[in-house]
Design a protein around this ligand. Sequence first.
Ligand code: G4P
Length: 534
Amino acid sequence: MTTELQSELQKAVERRRNFAIISHPDAGKTTLTEKLLLYGGAIHEAGAVKARRAQRKATSDWMAMEQQRGISITSTVLQFEYQGCQINLLDTPGHQDFSEDTYRTLAAADNAVMLIDAAKGLEPQTRKLFEVCKMRGIPIFTFVNKLDRPGREPLELLDEIEQELGLQTYAVNWPIGMGDRFKGIFDRTQQQIHLFERSAHGSKEARNTVIDLGDSRIEQLLEQDLYYQLKNDLELLEGVGPELDLELVHQGKMTPVFFGSAMTNFGVELFLHYFLQYALKPGSHSSSVGEVAPTYPAFSGFVFKLQANMDPKHRDRVAFIRVCTGRFEKDMTVSHARTGKTVRLSRPQKLFAQERESIDVAYAGDVIGLNNPGVFAIGDTIYTGQKLEYEGIPYFSPELFAILRNPNPSKFKQFQKGVSELREEGAVQIMYSVDESKRDPILAAVGQLQFEVVQFRLQNEYGVETLLESLPYSVARWVEGGWEALDKVERLFNTTIVKDSMGRPVLLFRNEWNCHQLQEDHPELKLSAIAPVI
Ligand code: G4P
């Protein structure tokens, strides 16, 4: 490799930080995203992301559905510069009925920011998404939001994270007061207090008044009880709290915690500043030829998401690729590991919200959107040079199941085609009864919205109206060792056996309890919540 290319790749990796935000709806993800972009100069006035969302024209029927419901189904990538770094924020669908896309996006992220509402603490969706991050062992940064409102005690929140998620916490900064009495945050590294001042509607960058802990004005500025409370809390943190250990952070075992108020734009800049210092840069990925470093000279990446019909005029499909190594160049020709085909990557796109902008080069840690001529499936590797293949992206345990029926036999072909294409695209998982006479597909999803998208798209793109019949299951487990392992066990109780789209056995349960019971009765059966990688 030329030293020139080597140093170009090295520089690109040093500069890049990539992350996704994990949160429960309403914790303030949209607001925080906007404020981050504001600092990055990607937008000039907060409100732009929401406004853009609202103003967006119905560019496709599918998007019309997003609009009708005022939600964002699609995830995109937001790219901005700050303090000499290039930050890639992998945006995930914000709606409550989140889908597998959210999980898959985490497979492309190097870091996660766990956003928590100070009044609510950990919530169900945060926990689920945390589990996916934990499985991948990625660093988690915590931002406790809405300090301008009454909330729970900060120490109690740290305790909850430690107890429930098993993560050590290190408070990078500490709040002074809360709600009406929110006075600011204390930066433990610099030993400085950042005083809270509400900016006009939080729409511009907040004015930041900083004073040292030893400043004589401090007792005037903070009410006395808050000042003493701060001193006590700090003593406690210094006394019994752990030191910041970046190695543990990078292993996903310790989370740096930040406090702030995204809406009033307070604490966001401090967060960003330290995040850039502590976050993982794009790293190595395991592949069929071992670990490959991001500075490996040949280009490679994997598909983590497919999206159809972003532009109805072209009925196009976009494949989102996480770049893992080398330098991506427009119009380059790559090999497709699964099929061995050669593909020319024309019309690469960088995505900012719904606007697509053409890109010429990209490096490890970046995400590119490529027109998908029907070649790409989720988890596929593309590469130049020596053949390599990344591990792929697992199926995640669905929680909702329903039989999809086609009441109109004359539409049989379209129905089959639609179901199969939507499955390939990863819109939903498909399972089948083991009883050959029951041929209607079982849709299996992580969120209700996935069902609606499937039905909506079958009607709009394939002209098939369908009926959905809910099934009473909420847990799915794959069987290690497949049918062979299953054949060895006696009768199984309180479970239904189905097969996934690859013909592998899956056990469906009504609830966790039944699943647990079966495991106790049959310890020899190894069950997994995640499908073996395809
Ligand atoms: P989400 O994407 O995570 O679902 O949350 P979003 O940013 O839309 O925020 C949810 C609600 O919480 C919004 O209020 C938002 O203004 C509010 N919020 C976000 N951050 C803060 C904060 O730091 N402090 C306070 N007090 N509120 C915050 P809304 O009334 O639902 O919407 P809107 O009328 O503000 O648009």
